[in-house]
Design a protein around this ligand. Structure first.
Ligand code: LLP
Length: 433
């Protein structure tokens, strides 16, 4: 086992995922390629679903934060596993629609929904909008009134929590671009406006404090602050909040130096805070929604590359160049994220070489990781980067006009293409000649 149960080696010494030889997969589908073990995604969905119901009650619902990994088949998996989804753009909504995802289980997020987004989402019958700010509240209200309908909404609230993660992925602090802060009084203000507004039905509140968070404390603190705010709304406005969406953000183990997280226990701990607060303060237990993205899909995925060359700069560093890089995984460039890399065709050998794994873009920052522990490599080797299921494919670009890799789903010992490899023809498709 390498980091996770679905990653192993076989008697050829090759890395396997879900029991399939990654060197064979690289030969069959080419490189670079994203490989996702569907059984792992489904198992994670069930952990969340079961724990949410067990600890928060029958009404509780996990949503898949689909920004983490978005393509049609993923929405089908989330639907089959009985999850709702968090969509954040017209494109995600459109993909969910193509997948036939039940619209009433869609929660429409985003801090700047355009008029077109609002219309498209209402056309689709999206169940709940998560409204970010007053301008948006009135835009949603206006469109709903025009259609003579009432739209269920949650309000995005910033509880003012610093969750100790990379600053680019903190979202719940007072100065955040998201939501309205309790501390400044703006949260109560938008609650009152939402209660009074026509065409909208305020059913609940939402908060999301950030991503890749290992400690439970910031989640418990946020849950406590939100429960207190619900009590305050009841007192000040005589208004009952039915739904509390606590967002996503639980961390994922990317390397052996990261802690393992017990997701069921984390959910239990957060549930204890909410249930106790409600009990002690005489408020009705809200329907709780969780919104995991990364922790459902990250570990399920790996990326396979072919090594193009090895460059050793005496006294400085060693480079291993691969046939992908920041276009398929921008996370090192953006957040200096750490990953585990290995040579898939020599996976049983010790990772006793140190190298910076570089992509092939015309840019020095195009790296998968620096000074990584890996086996010695040579041109033609298959290099695997582990735990790339979240925020890799979904953040991929065509920088340097590099086509995006395919997404291959593995299930019960079989591999199938879920997203085709882009072609050069795809790259020029929208160019006007
Ligand atoms: N809910 C909301 C409103 C969110 O904004 C996010 C993530 C989630 C749920 C899911 O959070 P998760 O469980 O995946 O941590 N691109 C960055 C991560 C950005 C997260 C954005 N929001 C990365 O690659 O680390």
């Amino acid at each position: 086992m390498i980091l996770y149960e679905h990653l192993n080696t076989n008697d050829k010494g090759n890395l396997t995922i879900g029991g399939l030889d990654t060197v064979d997969l690289a030969r069959e589908f080419g490189t670079p390629a994203y490989i996702i073990d569907e059984n792992v995604v489904r198992k994670n969905c069930r952990i969340y679903k079961n724990a949410a119901i067990k600890y928060f009650g029958e009404d509780a619902l996990p949503l898949y934060a689909s920004k983490a990994l978005c393509f049609t088949e993923m929405y089908k998996i989330a639907a089959e596993e009985g999850l709702g989804i968090d969509c954040v753009s017209g494109g995600e909504l459109y993909t969910a629609k193509k997948a036939g995802f039940p619209a009433e289980r869609i929660y429409f997020h985003g801090n700047n929904k355009t008029d077109r987004d609002i219309c498209d989402a209402m056309d689709m019958g999206v169940g709940t909008f998560v409204v970010d700010n007053c301008d948006e509240l009135y835009a949603v209200s206006k469109e709903a009134v025009k259609r003579d309908t009432v739209q269920n909404i949650l309000l995005r609230i910033t509880p003012g929590i610093d969750p100790h993660t990379h600053k680019a992925i903190v979202t719940g602090s007072v100065d955040s671009k998201f939501g309205s802060a309790i501390e400044t009084g703006q949260a109560m203000d938008i609650v009152k406006k939402a209660i009074a507004a026509k065409g909208v039905n305020l059913i609940g509140l939402h908060c999301h404090i950030g991503s890749q968070i290992f400690d439970i404390e910031p989640f418990s603190d946020a849950a406590n602050i939100m429960a207190r705010f619900i009590a305050q709304i009841k007192e000040e406005c005589n208004y009952e909040i039915d739904v509390l969406n606590l967002g996503g953000g639980l961390g994922v183990r990317y390397t052996e130096y990261d802690r393992e997280i017990d997701y069921e226990k984390s959910i239990k701990d957060i549930a204890t805070v909410v249930t106790e607060y409600c009990k002690n303060n005489g408020i009705k237990m809200p329907k709780v929604i969780l919104e995991p993205g990364r922790s459902l899909v990250a570990a399920a995925g790996i990326t396979l590359y072919t090594v193009g060359g090895v460059k050793e700069i005496p006294g400085f560093k060693n480079y291993i160049s691969v046939d992908g890089g920041m276009p398929d995984n921008p996370r090192y460039a953006l957040y200096q994220s750490t990953y585990t890399a290995l040579i898939a065709n020599r996976a049983t050998e010790a990772r006793d070489y140190r190298a910076t794994v570089a992509g092939r873009c015309c840019e020095s920052g195009d790296l998968i990781g620096e000074n990584m522990e890996i086996q010695k490599a040579q041109r033609g080797d298959i290099l695997a980067v582990l735990v790339t299921g979240a925020y890799n494919y979904s953040m991929a670009s065509n920088y340097n006009r590099i086509p995006r890799p395919p997404v291959i789903l593995i299930k019960d010992g079989k591999a199938r293409i879920a997203v085709k490899r882009e072609t050069y023809e795809d790259i020029v498709r929208n160019d006007v000649l």
